[in-house]
Design a protein. Structure first.
Length: 229
């Protein structure tokens, strides 16, 4: 599946993850970085403290996450290397609970015409005055065959509920900026609300059809955050 085209405008995301013990410093970093973000056309997409991390996949470990979005890789890199960001990052990066920071290509702003993934090209995002929800999926795949059938099952379900993918990257895709990267898939999806995301997750089809398809072929961590914009 060709996710990107050179003719498309490909946003860049910086995703920072920390253990529960570093949740406070991570939120302080997100706040401190705000003043520098606008200089690089970036914005804070998600600042999810550990207390707001809802565990969906059994066995997942709740942790905190910060996600920045930029128009392109150039702005993301310039921001990351800026003196302002480096100063703001020091207390967090030196905390023993710091896990990693990675830079990843996002789904093009135009969506992906002709591709089956739920994106802005084939999904009408409902106008919702409340906070959006973000589902962060990470993990490994041992057998891609069942995962294809899994995707065939869930894609119509996501589109029906107004969910879209913002990041979909294979283990070799992320650029590691700091910390240890466990080489796994990263999938970040946006939902109209946490209630809609839960309706998808706890539906009979997902629990009794989709999960049995993927579990023998993958090992995933799944968290839900209802914060951000």
């Amino acid at each position: 599946m060709a996710l990107h085209s050179n003719a498309m405008s490909i946003p860049r995301f910086i995703i920072i993850e920390v253990q529960a013990s570093a949740s406070g410093p991570a939120m302080a970093y997100a706040s401190a970085a705000m003043s520098a973000l606008s200089r690089y056309s970036g914005r804070l997409l998600l600042a999810g403290p550990v207390d707001d991390a809802e565990v969906l996949e059994e066995g997942s470990e709740a942790h905190a996450v910060v996600v920045f979005k930029f128009p392109s890789a150039r702005e993301a890199e310039t921001f990351w290397l800026s003196d302002a960001n480096r100063r703001a990052l020091i207390p967090l990066s030196e905390h023993p609970g710091f896990m990693h920071a990675v830079s990843v290509a996002g789904i093009p702003e135009e969506g992906l015409p002709g591709e089956p993934l739920p994106t802005t090209a084939n999904v009408t995002i409902p106008d919702n005055p409340g906070p959006r929800a973000w589902m962060l999926v990470q993990g490994t795949v041992s057998d891609p065959g069942p995962i294809g059938k899994y995707m065939e099952t869930i894609v119509p379900m996501i589109i029906e509920r107004g969910g879209v993918y913002r990041v979909w990257t294979a283990p070799e895709g992320p650029e590691v900026l700091a910390g240890d990267w466990p080489a796994q898939y990263i999938v970040l999806s946006q939902w109209p609300s946490a209630a809609v995301a839960r309706d998808f997750w706890y539906s009979d089809t997902y629990q009794n059809v989709a999960i049995p398809l993927r579990q023998p072929a993958s090992d995933f961590s799944v968290l839900l955050f209802q914060v951000g914009s």
